[in-house]
Design a protein around this ligand. Sequence first.
Ligand code: ARG
Length: 398
Amino acid sequence: MCRAPKPPRRPPSGIRHGARRPRRTAPRRTRAGPPTCRACMTAGSPLLRPARVPALCRAPWCCGCANQARRRQNDMRAKPHGSARTASPRRYLMCPPTHFRVEYTINPWMVPTHPVDRRLATDQWNTIRRTLLRLGHRVELIEPLPSLPDMVFAANGATVVDGKALIATFRHPQRAPEADAYETWFRGRGTEQVRRAEHTNEGEGDHLLVAGVILAGNGFRTTRASHAETHDYLRRTVIGLTLVDPRFYHLDTALAVLDDEQIMYWPGAFSPSSGRRLAELFPDALRVEERDAVQFGLNAISDGHHVLLPAAARSLARRLADHGYRPVALDVSELAKAGGGPKCCVLQLSPRAGRRRRRVGHPHGGRRTPSHYFSWRSSPWVSPPPAPALASRNRAAR
Ligand code: ARG
């Protein structure tokens, strides 16, 4: 039988003729349900069978099967330019969601009439904690207080850099008393230096350390005025970034630090000038799509290799895998009802990603990396106000 010749197959949009199709790393899902591990086709969370799991496999939706052969194969393929991603052990502070509820609205995700399943929230929080422990990190706990339903979001309690803790000053009165609890915790642990912020700043929710500098969000919670204080106390360059979309009210909902020098972010969350600044500083950054950002995909915890992120941010997990990271998908549906994800639940105590960089390469030679820009004091993008200015302003205010 004579058949008409098949029409030439058109590449999907965005792919050039002749270019290799991107490898499909997650299975097509035909119905709602838990994600399926591509390595063994088991559905469910990565922590279903922790006892049998020596290590996570590289599949974006790993069920914990640790399929070694597949992992080796994926590792070889996924690392661009043969680069190896290495995890560094970290210490985190977390607060159990014992009193977690949504009873007020301080961000657009919070709807007090939507019921929160606290047991499920506790399971989800435990999964984050157990995953961190399983990956070799240390987790300390702070006691939750009954009157503070958002205290589970420990990231907002303080900013810790070089052993110094800058305790948050919350914008909203509903969360303000959390600062006392965090201050007591840090003082009780013999932290070398502890200071309560004078200006409103919501800790590591708005302060992210990368390449030795602090990226500081402002616009909704942390104030621009607080950046000078942060710089003066923590002695790091502070780069202010203005958030403009109320759904992304903390910097850690719009931008995540992947390793010492790399970030991922959703440009739409930033003002045009902050977007330009990010593009200049991180030309190789992973620009995330809105559909992943609204799933709190950027509220991710990375140790330089493993990236814990919400399971709903599917295409982002695939992209991270293609860049040599090992995504670990977590269900955070209940925490998301308060506007939070995995990263909101952890305050990183040590070590902080990014060391102080004293020397950088020639500005016109070699590849431009963020560390070029961070030969600070000389960088045109970085303008921390001089310390005496803040000191005299503080004196005048007293
Ligand atoms: N309901 C909390 C608030 O609006 C959520 C905090 C999330 N924390 C974070 N680091 N993004 O303050």
